[in-house]
Structures are given as C-alpha cells and as structure tokens.
Ligand binder design. Sequence first.
Ligand code: F0G
Length: 459
Amino acid sequence: MVKSWAEPYKIKMVEPIKMTTKEHRERAIAEAGHNTFLLRAEDVYIDLLTDSGTSAMSDYQWAGLMLGDEAYAGSRSFYNLVAAVREVYGYEELVPTHQGRGAEHILSQILIKPGDYVPGNMYFTTTRFHQEHAGGHFVDVIVDEAFDPYDLYPFKGNIDLEKLGALIAEVGADKIPYISVETNVNMAGGQPMSLANLEAVYDLCGEHGILVMLDATRALENAWFIKQREHGYEDWSVADILRKICSLSDGATVSSKKDNLVNIGGFLALRDPKLAEKARALLVAFEGLHTYGGMSGRDMEALARGIEEMAATDDHVRARTGQVEYLGNRLLKAGIPIVQPIGGHGIFLDAAAIMSHLPQDLFPAQALAAEIYVESGVRAMERGIVSAGRDPVSGDHHYPKLELVRLAIPRRVYTQAHMDVVAESIAAVYDNREQMAGLRFTYEPESLRFFQARFEPAT
Ligand code: F0G
C-alpha cells in the first residue's frame, strides 16, 4: 500500500492572494511586454516564477532575525554563519555575498584570465555571464541525455567525461582554471548528478591541476536524489551525502535563496585560504566588508539557521521534492509533455512539443508562459531561447536544445490544493495550444535579456 506523506510543519501566518479577471490579466501581460518578469506580483495568483528567495522561513529563522548582530565588523551572526557552513557543507573559508551572482562574480574574477575556458554541466544564465565577463569561454560538457526531455536517465546532470577529456586535450589544462559543476542542474530541469560521476570528475581534474568549483545552490536536492537513485547511498542521511558531495570539490558558490530557505543571501566557500584571501580583496570592493559581504546581520542569522534546518533531518527535502513530484504526476496524467524524470525544484513544460507549430525564433516558451498567466494567473518563466541569449562573438541567438517553461515551486509556501489548481490551469492552456501565436522583440537588452525584454505578438 502507498502511504501518504505530509509536510513536516504547520502554518502559523498567512498572506492573502487574490484571483483576478481574465480581462485584467490580458491588460497586465500586454503592459508587461509579454514578459512574466515584468508583471507586478500583485497581479499574480499563484507565483511559480522562481523558487529563488521565495521560501517561507520558519519561526526559528524569524526569531533569528531579532538576534541579528548588526556590527559592521566581526558580527556574531557572521561567525554563526561560518559555523553552519563548516558543519553542513564542510568548507573552512567563507566569503559572504549578497546573493549567488555576487559569489559567481568574485570567483570568475579571481580565477579566469581572458582566453581561458570554463567547462560546465549546462549553463546557468548569471554563471555564464560572469565567466564571459571575465574573458572566459563557457564550454558545455553535460551528458547528451540532458538534452532529451523524455530520456529517463536518473543522472541527467552528470558531466560527460569524454567531452571534458577532449576539451583538456584540445586547449590544454593550463587554459582551464576550473570546472563549474552545478548540482541539480537548473536549466536541464532540476536534474541531479551522481556521486560516482563527481568522483570521476574530481579525479580527472586533480590529475590536470584543474579546480572543481561547485554551484551548490541546490546541492541538498541533489543529495536527496542520490539517496533515492544511487546504489550504496540508500541508508545515508541527506546531510551526510551533502557533505560527501562538497568533499569532492575545491569550493562552491551558493545562492542561499534556494536550498538555504532565506529570501536573500549567498556565499562563496573555499578550502584554500590563499584563494579566499584574493576573494576577500574583491569582496570589500564589490560587496561589503569580509564579515558581512552583502548581507545584514539579521540576514546572516536567518541564513545560518536555514542551513542548519534544511539538513537537520531528511523530512524537509522529502516534502519539498514530494510536492514537485505531485504536480508533475498530475500533469503527466493529463498527457502534458514535461521534462522527465521529474526534477527537484519545479516542473518544466516542453514548449517545443506543446507549441510545435512555432519555430524557436518566435519564442514559443516565452509565448506559452504569457498564455498560462492570462488563462489562470499562474506565473511561470521562460527557459529557452530568450534565456539563452546571444553568442558574444557572432551576435547570433544561442539556439538551446531545450525550449522550456518552468513552473518553479517555492519552498514551504503553497499547498497541494494550489498544485491542483496549477495542474488544471496548465491542462486548459494545453487544450488550446494550437491557437497560440509567437512573439517578437520590441526591446532586447544587451545581456541577461530575459529579465527585462519586451515583446509583442508576431501575428
Ligand atoms: N546558480 C543557479 C543554479 C541558480 O539557479 C541561480 C539563480 C544562481 C546561480 C544565481 O543566484 O539569483 O542568488 O544571484 N537562479 C534563480 C532562478 C534566479 O530563478 O532559477 P542569485
């Protein structure tokens, strides 16, 4: 018999949300240039734009806000954060930043020289931006399975060792300062890598003097999937798996707005004190003093507690991924094409399949996200050609193999009933899919264009 599970918490405070009329939403999306990033949150019913900074904090975290030490230098809250990162992730050196991209900026600047290559398992938007901004070339070395939405391979976040080996042979290890390894790869649909793969990557890079830098933003969710899928780890705690993941790296950037259950914050964590010294030299110029980076004392206090809490037992991550799986299974039952296996932080609709009547340069995923909003007030995000941007040298669009709409689930925020409403809304849009038109740019920003681009219907 299948046993039901329930969230390991109860609700103590609520924030009202409201449904709007379809006419209201049609106006709102037109004013937002058909870009869900430009909608006002007030006009959104169920907000699945992102799982970033949208978590509900616990009473323990809120209590921590009151205890935050706002000393400019040497804040007690900073030392609590250092202790939490050492305990849960196992890195000695902590460089606090305002959020993930602050850490990516500093890491890229201290390690990349113009003309260097930085391999990674699929790109992330801000990560690649900072690598290119520092003069590096990003090279995707993820396994091919990641590009097929229906391939059920359990570790679609893995690095393809042949691709990595070929890059090292081609450009030489001295042109590769580090490999950027993302856990639970966001753009692939929240797909994990295996410990066996990471171990092999760490060995290969070690032989060539290449550092392994994790993007450990969703490493907790990756650890959960390892426990479920990788032979030999069934009986490990998620906390122990997380520490093992980090032990196979030289450092990590983390956006604390995801796994870590806070609304703002992030860090760069390192093993090498010399490298940390270089990072701190930049930190004081770009983020803040080395004992707060970009965070207030209360932010650091809530973050230290979020890190502690997320990994204290397996219950939190089981419920978190369980809710995502629940929504995914409802959509699969309705026959809607989504990326599989179901990932850790959200459901990714295959817009290329749903909108198969539209070529990729009419931005099918962008159009689908806008349509979902108009239909139901549910806000999703494009993760396709608009997010992929342009090649900085040729100026052409990158044409990513995945053209997706992401329904990211905030942590501890919505209920199963909200997931039911989302599933019904998506099914209604799906039934109407052949009517949907594509879009064209009316304004295209030069970099990270998806955030602020504006569009109009291309009919
Ligand atoms: N790395 C990954 C894998 C991310 O998903 C993000 C952010 C970052 C780094 C950057 O962190 O936002 O704190 O500066 N992802 C958000 C998202 C924006 O919606 O997926 P940040």
